[in-house]
Design a binder for this molecule. Structure first.
Ligand SMILES: [Fe+2]
Length: 276
């Protein structure tokens, strides 16, 4: 296990820090298993293939939870082996579907690391744990909020970006919003009060969503498997294909992002599904 509590990345010649975000892989130990008509192992592998074909430079991979659907050690081993082929440092945090207790042992061998902070010359990235064991909704424990406050105080000159699984704000999807981070406003008020905070990036909602609030970017990213239909009252799947995101963090604090998706007909789920 990695005993460091943060990871340091060397700045590449005063250039931007480039991040690949992968989220909600929902892998099973059994390679044949599907989630609502999508083989999640196949869709994850297709995403990795697409990243390699993009041939874009990136310095770090951030995985924002729901790595496993069945909490089996095999599902995490499959994830670790596959994502290691990207040959970049990889950090992760747990989602509501994950077993946060077994993950550190299975996901800490290089190039993976279970640190909760990444430091570069100009930026600090915080990896928060919003999991409430046994529940779908999320909440940040006081210790997590304290970690944000202390990090903002410790490096006031660096730009801070937070990664977490649950959405801290409602998405306008009624069924899904009941499963959001209950105390998201506590997180956002800490960040709003810090001039060098730059935003929050999450998974969980299986859709592309972006808003700005004050000086903060609020960003949700599609899953590598099934997608949820935006602005839906009831549970509904979307036929949009799996996706992933690149984030470019410039030395002057500017944040740029690019969403990528697999081709339109890739991995269409069972659109009649009533829930999962
Ligand atoms: Fe998920």
């Amino acid at each position: 296990m990695n005993t460091q509590d943060y990871l340091t990345l060397q700045a590449s010649e005063a250039g931007p820090l480039r991040i690949l975000q992968i989220t909600d892989t929902h892998l099973f130990g059994d390679p044949a298993k599907e989630l609502l008509g999508v083989n999640t192992r196949d869709s994850f592998e297709a995403v990795l293939k697409s990243v390699k074909a993009d041939n874009q430079a990136f310095d770090l991979v951030v995985v924002t939870g729901d790595i496993s659907q069945d909490d089996s050690p095999a599902s995490y081993q499959v994830f670790a082996e596959a994502i290691a082929t990207l040959a970049k440092p990889i950090v992760w945090l747990p989602g509501n579907h994950d077993d946060g207790l077994i993950m550190p042992d299975l996901l800490s061998a290089e190039p993976l690391s279970s640190v909760d902070r990444v430091l570069t010359e100009h930026w600090q990235l915080l990896m928060l744990n919003s999991q409430v064991r046994g529940f779908t909704f999320g909440e940040l424990a006081q210790q997590q909020l304290d970690f944000v406050s202390e990090s903002l105080t410790e490096y006031p000159d660096r730009y801070t970006l937070v990664f977490v699984h649950h959405n801290p704000v409602p998405m306008g999807c009624r069924w899904l919003d009941q499963h959001r981070m209950k105390n998201g406003e506590s997180l956002l008020s800490l960040l709003s009060a810090a001039p060098n905070a730059r935003g929050v990036v999450w998974g969980h909602v299986h859709q592309d969503w972006q808003q700005n609030r004050d000086h903060l970017h609020l960003i949700a990213t599609p899953s590598t498997c099934i997608q949820f239909k935006p602005r839906s009252e009831q549970f509904a799947l979307d036929k949009r294909p799996p996706g992933y995101r690149y984030l470019t963090l410039n030395p002057d604090g500017q944040l740029l992002t690019e969403l990528k998706r697999l081709p339109d007909d890739a991995f269409v789920p069972d659109l009649r599904a009533q829930g999962y």
